[in-house]
Design a protein around this ligand. Structure first.
Ligand code: HEC
Ligand code: HEC
Length: 216
């Protein structure tokens, strides 16, 4: 107490009061997930609210929050790689270049926001092929990690029901072939090792027709 004079104490408590008063103002100033998603160019590739992705790019709306964050980090660091796009560049390349302008804090904000967004509407497809895929999904034991209909994954694992078909095909093949090996994806590899391309096509057809929006 001897060193802290009354005026110093008063100054300290004033600082505390000021910090408390200015905290909500700062929170209001902070960019929201939606603003960051637009200003950091994510929207150009992943579409409005992460639910209208272009080409074979993944929809992100309604995805597991922890999973979203890990994938952004892994693509940014080059830990997660992919096969080539139509022009011969790795599909992850253009996004990797963007990740340099986004901080971890911003990525967390974006992931939290995306996980609460309404998922993309279901894509109509081939019912007979989807039925074949549903049987394969059960027989192969995908549900052990991704849950019934790909909708109830284990903590930190991706929701795969309702994702775009062409993206699903690419990911299952690249996990099978050891192209994508980031994070815990390695533990899926033995499960899909003996699947043929035709099996994967049926599985992806089935999963892409699950109505994620209806189950949210
Ligand atoms: C130039 C296009 C492009 C931009 C810009 C871009 N992405 Fe991506 N993103 C992709 C592609 C392509 C993939 C899938 C790569 C693959 O097929 O392996 C992807 C994958 C992802 C994934 C993994 C999804 C999953 O299901 O595993 C997340 C999460 C993601 N992007 C978030 C973002 C965020 C957030 C931003 C903005 C900070 C962003 N992306 C900017 C093209 C882009
Ligand atoms: C032993 C657990 C396990 C099993 C069984 C499993 N997976 Fe996975 N799967 C994972 C993990 C873990 C990841 C994501 C790894 C990561 O975080 O990078 C993943 C990723 C995926 C992805 C990529 C998702 C995205 O958004 O990029 C798809 C698609 C997928 N799994 C489909 C399947 C299908 C279909 C089956 C059955 C044939 C299956 N998985 C069986 C654990 C499993």
């Amino acid at each position: 107490m001897t060193f802290l004079t009354k005026s110093k104490l008063a100054a300290l408590s004033l600082a505390t009061v000021l910090a408390t008063l200015t905290a909500p103002a700062r929170a209001e100033d902070a960019a929201t997930g939606k603003q960051l998603f637009m200003t950091r160019t994510c929207i150009a590739c992943h579409g409005k609210n992460g639910a209208k992705a272009i080409m074979m790019y993944p929809n992100l709306a309604g995805q597991n929050e922890a999973y979203l964050f890990e994938q952004m980090k892994d693509i940014g660091s080059g830990t997660r790689v992919s096969g080539p796009d139509a022009r011969g560049y790795p599909r992850t390349q253009a996004m990797k270049d963007v990740m340099g302008i986004v901080s971890d804090e911003e990525l967390k904000t974006i992931a939290a926001w995306l996980s609460t967004q309404p998922p993309a509407p279901v894509q109509p497809g081939d019912a007979a092929l989807a039925a074949k895929g549903a049987k394969l999904y059960d027989d192969t034991g995908c549900a052990a990690c991704h849950g019934d209909e790909g909708m109830k994954p284990m903590p930190g694992y991706p929701v795969v029901g309702g994702q775009k078909k062409n993206y699903l095909v690419l990911q299952i093949k690249e996990i099978r072939d050891g192209v994508r090996t980031n994070g815990p994806s390695k533990i899926m590899r033995p499960v899909v090792a003996s699947l043929s391309d035709a099996d994967i096509d049926a599985l992806a057809e089935y999963l892409s027709q699950i109505n994620h929006a209806a189950q949210k």
